[in-house]
Design a binder for this molecule. Structure first.
Ligand SMILES: O=P(O)(O)OC[C@H]1O[C@H](OP(=O)(O)OP(=O)(O)O)[C@H](O)[C@@H]1O
Ligand code: HPA
Length: 185
């Protein structure tokens, strides 16, 4: 079914801006600094988690000043909805990372089922260590595991449905330059 563009435009018009473009850029700078300080000798394989991780990865990677290999994977469980369902692997990693350190880059750690499954997959597939970087860590007590944390976090956010910087509302507004919360959600 095609999207109702009037509704999509209204979502943006009514949204609350949680972080401006400048605030997100500053957070990405800090994540890059931390990763440069810790992974410079790791020779990692970096996986961008499609689709949401695309913008964060695209902004972060040029700020990393050490050798790495880049690939992608695609696991999804929201599929244009605002609540998550079963995790579906659209594309598993193709590049070999046996006996390598891995860095996973995604837009958001929400309930964490996605990141948790990706971490397990990488460990089972032979990664020596799995590092994770997310732009946003949503604050609530519904994490898949209570101890689930990303190694690198750009910004915390309140427990609302958000979009922008890779995150979508019904497939739209991944391109929004800032982090926005949907009115009423
Ligand atoms: O922590 P969780 O509750 O598991 O949610 C986080 C995941 O959900 C989103 O992906 P989505 O399923 O929307 O796929 P997409 O990026 O292709 O839209 C987001 O990009 C994360 O990968
Ligand atoms: O709040 C969210 N917004 C967009 N995508 C998401 N995937 C998990 N949580 C979210």
């Amino acid at each position: 079914m095609s999207a109702d563009l009037a509704h999509i435009r209204q979502i943006m018009a009514e949204a609350d801006c949680l972080y401006t473009d400048a605030q997100v850029e500053a957070a990405i700078d800090q994540v890059a600094e931390a990763i440069n300080g810790e992974l410079a000798e790791s020779n990692p394989v970096v996986f961008c988690v499609m689709n949401g991780g695309l913008i964060f990865a695209g902004k972060l990677l040029p700020k990393l000043g050490f050798p790495l290999e880049l690939s992608y994977l695609h696991a999804t469980r929201y599929r244009s909805e605002t609540t998550g369902g079963e995790l579906f692997w659209k594309a598993k990693p193709e590049i070999s990372f046996i006996d390598r350190e891995v860095l996973i880059i995604d837009d958001i750690l929400d309930e964490g089922h996605t990141l948790s499954a990706i971490i397990e997959f990488c460990k089972h597939a032979g990664a020596t260590k799995v590092h994770t970087a997310v732009l946003i860590d949503k604050q609530h007590d519904r994490k898949a595991r209570p101890d689930l944390k990303a190694n690198y976090v750009g910004l915390p956010c309140e427990d609302r449905f958000i979009f922008g910087y890779g995150m979508d509302y019904k497939g739209y507004w991944r391109n929004a330059a800032g982090i926005f919360a949907v009115k009423g959600l």
